[in-house]
Design a protein around this ligand. Sequence first.
Ligand code: PLP
Length: 404
Amino acid sequence: MIQMEKSATKALLETAEKSVLFTAHRPSVVMEKGKGMFLWDTDGNRYLDFVGGWAVASLGHSPAVLQEALSRQASTLVHASPGYYNKPMIEFAEMLTSVSGMDKAFFVSSGAEANESAIKLARKHGSVNLNGAYEIITLTNSFHGRSLAMMSATGKAKWKDLYAPKVEGFKHVPINDLDACFAAVTNNTCAIMVELVQGEGGVHSVDEAYLFGLRKICDMYGMLLIFDEIQTGMGRTGKLFAYEHYGIMPDVITLGKGIGAGFPLAAMLTKSKYDLFEPGDQGGTYTGAPLAMAAGNAVLQELLEQNLANNAKVQGQFLEGSLRDLSHEFPIANIRGKGLLLAFDVPENTADELAAICMREGLLINALNSSTIRLVPPLIVTQKDIDLMIFILRRSFRQLLAAK
Ligand code: PLP
């Protein structure tokens, strides 16, 4: 029971410590409400959100279109069964394939599951068309999710020995090194999977020539080229899909995060010629569930109607320029990224402290590692929001440097 004499937040935090399994150091606040660019905690403090629900809240917090779509669908049909088609599933599959240049969609609830589906499809392709090839090449420093197979696909050094034994069949090669990728291909390779901008790995983009080379290698050997657009997709980088910056089409795309704008939703898209699953090969209780499909439909319609990919481009440029101005005053280096997936480096071991000061000052930013800050605000962000963000960041940098 929560004790009445303590402040409500303190009591909640004590209960959290007692009952929520520890998986991460979380700050001592309890988030209660969200609207647009802002979150509020249980003490009524307001935060300008440049973490964007971890690159999820594409339409801002609690967007009206999502509320309406969910309540409309919930009053009609929450869940039928993965064994039946439903109307929002068909509509969403149609809309998503037509805007992405793909032919077929499969729906799940998280990015890791979408990538698992892509890997299963690649291995199915290997077994049907490539004499049983099963290996997938991924990149060092990549991030593909937290299921066991996706932890094996992920190229994060820290995870190398975690939860051993790993799922076999993944080879990691350095980003933008075509020779290394070429050298890793064997008769057993069935696919190459890449993020076009490595989000969790530090916001590093693949080069155009490199991506072109990967496409060529895949075409040469009949392997699948998979783009993990879970973080870069749905307008985040200034185009609806990041591959549009490069003009290179994949065989499979995975989407997550912004596609549901906060509702758990992810997707794997592919071409008709890779429509290879047989009954029972792939599925899931919540695949294509009506509530999630209604959310996806509403979010995509809003993204397109408001042209939020273009807002990501315009505001991304403004944010980048504002950070460059600030870098003349403070130790900000290597500003990088695309659209509203941006990062910059700060002196070693100061990123966490800077993020903590910003939070006290009412701004949420993400310390990706000990020296990197990532900014992934909702795609509805305005110039006024960015001005406020820079104002708070400047004040926070002053405090950080004064304490040194
Ligand atoms: N792939 C990429 C590129 C991601 O950034 C993430 C999450 O950060 C994932 C996959 C995993 O998505 P989820 O956490 O929804 O399983």
